[in-house]
Design a binder for this molecule. Structure first.
Ligand code: FES
Ligand SMILES: [Fe+2]
Length: 364
């Protein structure tokens, strides 16, 4: 499935893109889930969604249902969102509040406290050798960074803080932790998750795919900075009266390996998570956060912002779905990179090869 010869890393000037089979094979989808998505920090929400004990957010990480919740002590805990009786679902909404301060399974009604311990077990009096202590929820590693809530299915992940080093200082005085959740939009897209990520990581496609956006950004001077586990794209602005007009400050497009994007504008944060669904499908979740989610002016800005985001997203979806078909065709295996404009894509593909190499070495 993965040939060692495909894991070699060449300088950008000489490198080929990754093989098309990595975007199309069902086995590669499983491999990515197990060795990439299940071993990396995945952003599942924001502290503004967990104000009170019992508030929760749910997510699917590497095909596993997870829930993160505010506990009684004011901390956050994350668990597999799976009942220990026969696998039923616990929290069922994208975010919400747990009534009576317990997680109740929606199948036969077992209840769990916020610390994950099993409490209520209806009609189990006659079951022998059953100890509730053995049936607590399975917890998941959790970390909060700048108000963003991350989980990692790995038992011994590298610290999140190390992975994101430098972002906090770079975006100051912008602060992510004080933003308020506004809304979520999710898109089901007929492409591999890596097609969507590749596309996010370059501004090369802006003139042809996003003509409206091209009038706002000086895409020829798009700058990509790469860091060990993330990259930053930054574009000088041009034109007037655009959403990103210069008097509103700097714009940062961060990508965090492997599938998280933080789009940071003054007063605004938009987080994208690209969730693999199948070799040729992904779901892209957009969560929108703002400093001001209540005033009439704030709401007007938000409405414009959502509208513009939707137009750009539809353009990206169209091209990504075409690319998936192209990658799956007999005509294509691998291509090359523009040194000027595709360093971010190259950087992602190098990190991916490194993750694959580590996974294969771990299997030996
Ligand atoms: S599966 Fe949860 S109570 Fe039965
Ligand atoms: Fe795009």
């Amino acid at each position: 499935m993965i040939r060692l010869s495909d894991l070699g890393i060449q300088p950008l000037e000489r490198s080929e893109t990754i093989p098309s089979a990595w975007y199309t094979d069902a086995e590669m989808h499983d491999f990515d889930e197990e060795h990439v998505m299940a071993t990396t920090w995945q952003c599942v929400g924001h502290s503004s969604q967990l104000k009170e004990p019992g508030d929760y957010v749910t997510a699917t990480v590497a095909n596993n249902p997870v829930v993160a919740l505010r506990d009684k002590e004011g901390g956050v805990k994350a668990y597999y969102n799976v009942c220990k009786h026969r696998g039923g679902p616990l929290a069922t909404e994208a975010c919400g509040h747990l009534r009576k301060g317990v997680l109740q399974c929606q199948y036969h009604g077992w209840t769990y406290l916020l610390d994950g311990s099993l409490r209520g077990v209806p009609r189990f009096d006659r079951t022998d050798l059953f100890d509730k202590m053995d049936f607590g929820l399975t917890s998941i590693k959790f970390a909060e960074w700048e108000g963003l809530l991350f989980v990692n299915l790995d038992d011994e992940p590298d610290p999140l803080e190390d992975q994101l080093a430098g972002i906090r200082e770079r975006i100051a005085p912008q602060q992510l932790g004080t933003k308020q959740f506004h809304s979520r939009v999710a898109y089901d897209i007929a492409c591999n998750w890596k097609v969507y990520v590749d596309n996010f990581l370059e501004g090369y496609h802006i003139p042809l795919v996003h003509p409206e956006l091209a009038t706002m950004l000086d895409y020829r001077n798009y700058v990509t900075e790469t860091h060990p586990n993330y990259s930053l794209q930054h574009s000088p602005l041009k034109g007037e009266n655009n959403l990103y007009s210069t008097d509103r400050g700097e714009v940062f497009y961060y990508w965090i390996f492997p599938n998280i994007m933080l789009n940071i504008l003054p007063g605004r944060l938009q987080i994208n998570r690209v969730v693999p669904v199948a070799a040729d499908r992904c779901e892209v979740i957009f969560d929108f956060y703002y400093d001001d989610v209540t005033s009439p002016e704030g709401l007007k800005t938000i409405a414009e912002d959502l509208d513009f985001s939707e137009r750009v997203q539809q353009e990206d979806i169209g091209i990504c779905e075409h690319v998936q078909r192209g990658l799956a065709s007999r005509a294509y295996d691998r291509g090359r990179f523009s040194v000027d404009a595709e360093e971010g894509v190259y950087h992602f593909q190098c990190l991916l090869k490194e993750a694959y190499r580590q996974a294969l070495e771990g299997q030996d």
